[in-house]
Structures are given as C-alpha cells and as structure tokens.
Design a protein around this ligand. Structure first.
Ligand code: ZN
Length: 349
C-alpha cells in the first residue's frame, strides 16, 4: 500500500462514536497522520501533544484516547489542545504497535528540520507546520523506550518550565545537545519536551502518559506550576553504538561469537547507576573498535568510557544509562544505549 505523504486529517472535538470503543479500534479507523483539536475554555491558547512518531510506542495514544473518552460533556481543558498522531500506518501494521517504522520506510524522528520535502521528510514538515500554525504554549512529544526502564524527559534547555513539565510526568530530565533531526530539536517558539514514558508494553507507562495529559490540561498558568516532585537533571547524553556491519548478540555467557555480545539483562542498567568496572558484555578480537561513542565534536571517545579486561567490556566510570534495549534491530540501527557520566547529574535545586 502506497502512502500519500501529503495527507493529514483533522478531527475537531470528536464524539465517542468517532473515538470508537478502544484505542486499537480508533487507531485502525484513521488512515494517515491525524490532528485532533479539542476546544478549551480559553480559545486563545493551544497546547500540543504529539505521539506515535514511532509506531511501536503506544502510551501517548493510549493516554490521549483515555483522556478524550473520559472528558465529560461540560468539562473542558483550560486551553485548546492539539493532539497529533504522527505515524498511524506503522503503528497499525500487523502485529499492531510492533514497528518503529515500516520496513521500507524511514525513522520519522530523524526527518525533521531539513530542506527536503518528499516522503517522510514531507510528513515531518506537515507535522511541524501543524504545530507552528497554532502558536503553541508548549509541545509535549510522547514516546516509549524500547527496553524496560523508568520514565524520563528530554529537553534541549534547563528552564523552570522544562522542570515543571517534566514533574507532571516523571522525575528525571536529560538535557541533550544531540542533533538527529528529531521533532524536539525544532524551534516552535515555545518549550518542547520529549517524554519517554517507559516501555511500550509496560502499563505503568500508559498511566504516566494519561496522568501527565490529565494534569497539564487542568493547569492554567504553567509557568507558575508547582513542581510535583523533585526532578533530577542529567547533562550531555552520549550514544553508544555498534559500528555498521558488526554482529550483535545477547547472551548470559561468552560463547566467543564475532562482534559484540551484550549481557541478556542489559535493560536492568536503565535503573540505578552502572558502576565503574561493571561489565556490559564481551567483544571479539577487534575489541573496542566494534563500538563507537561520537561526541559533539564528531570524535570517537569510546576509550574514555569503556575498556577491556581480556575480552570483557568494562565501564571506566560510574554511568547513568538510559534506553538500553534488548530489541536487536533497534539496538543495531539506532543505538545500544544512551549514557551519561554520573558526575553529570546535577544536584536538585
Ligand atoms: Zn520514540
């Protein structure tokens, strides 16, 4: 089935019939990227939520569907809301919610902010235009992580507003200067944060999305929003990648396989601190050159963070690890994990 990349659908204050009996049915009823506009008490302001940029990350859709279907007749959100469901085709491609993007497609969250205007770049441009045209107060981009782990937020700036918005969803904020062509890197003239709600198969992640939406729709002045909880701030994540063409395995023991073997339980490192001298896996005779960590200057700094003990891959410092995943194709094509030196965790202020 060909995709019409110039298509974008709009639903305004959809009724319960349009929203169908559950989020699966609703997803299957929409054919392309879909804007859902909800009228608020104050029609002069709009808050934007984007979701399903990645088709295997359902928490945003589940949260917004639950919120919309539980909205009582007379109760309205404080401001207008614009929800944008970005990649229904990859989400609904069987088995449902299992494709980050279609096999012959591209990762839509690597297609924003370019001069290109065809295919998935055109899709990204349409979504960006749909955000800009409402002059939003804030943009919240809802995602799931591929592996299990606690929820966290990502922003480009540490502002009071970023901390406040984070506190509505979770208690960690990562300040990232990585540029990949993601939605959250774009300038919409307002605060934009990504919320990684946790794993897409984790019901807790759906709750985080729902309650964050629920709270944000009830707060009038976000800038004076009290912090729900303390937020830990982490600086400058780096991406640990396997080099192209290198084999990746997961195992509990070293079987002398070529390339890189990560420990089976790598996702547990998303919780807590990955300590100096802890092991991540095993490498073949090519050692650290199977891997790379490219810093903001374009240099490979893998040897600053990892070393070998025989062929064991060992951390050289305490690290906070995010988005470690056991999903092989994502670990290979995107990255194995994000890491931040534990010393880059700022004290709560
Ligand atoms: Zn995502």
């Amino acid at each position: 089935m060909g995709i019409d990349f110039s298509e974008i659908n709009i639903l305004k204050d959809p009724d319960l019939f349009t929203l169908r009996s559950d989020y699966n049915q609703f997803l299957l009823s929409i054919s392309g990227p879909t804007i859902i506009d909800i009228s608020g008490q104050d029609q002069s302001r709009t808050r934007v939520f984007t979701t399903l940029i990645h088709g295997n990350e359902p928490s945003g859709l589940i949260g917004l569907h639950r919120w919309m279907t539980s909205l009582k007749g007379n109760s309205r959100p404080v401001t207008n809301l614009r929800f944008i469901i970005c990649s229904p085709e990859s989400a609904s491609h069987a088995p449902i919610f299992s494709h980050r993007f279609l096999e012959d497609g591209m990762d839509l969250n690597r297609c924003f902010g370019t001069e290109l205007d065809y295919g998935f770049f055109e899709r990204a441009n349409l979504i960006a235009k749909a955000i800009k045209e409402v002059n939003p107060e804030v943009v919240i981009d809802l995602h799931n992580t591929s592996g299990f782990g606690p929820a966290f937020a990502v922003s480009t700036n540490k502002t009071e507003l970023a901390l406040s918005l984070t506190s509505l969803f979770c208690s960690s904020l990562i300040l990232s200067d990585i540029r990949l062509g993601a939605l959250m890197e774009q300038d919409f003239g307002c605060e934009i944060i990504t919320i990684e709600c946790g794993a897409g198969s984790d019901p807790q992640a759906h709750e985080i999305a729902y309650f964050g939406i629920e709270q944000l729709t009830q707060i009038d002045d976000i800038s004076s929003c009290h912090f729900n909880r303390n937020v830990d701030v982490f600086l400058q994540p780096l991406r640990l990648q396997i080099k192209p063409g290198i084999e990746l395995h997961f195992n509990d023991v070293d079987e002398g396989l070529s390339g890189l073997t990560l420990v089976n339980n790598v996702e547990q490192f998303n919780f807590g601190i990955f300590r100096k001298e802890q092991m991540l896996g095993w490498v073949d005779s090519y050692g650290l050159s199977n891997l790379q960590i490219i810093d903001q200057y374009g240099d490979d700094v893998i040897s600053e963070y990892f070393e070998l003990r025989d062929n064991l891959l060992i951390s050289k410092m305490d690290l906070n690890i995010f988005m470690a995943t056991h999903v092989k194709n994502i670990a290979k094509s995107d990255c194995l994990l994000y890491l931040i030196p534990h010393k880059n965790k700022l004290p709560v202020d």
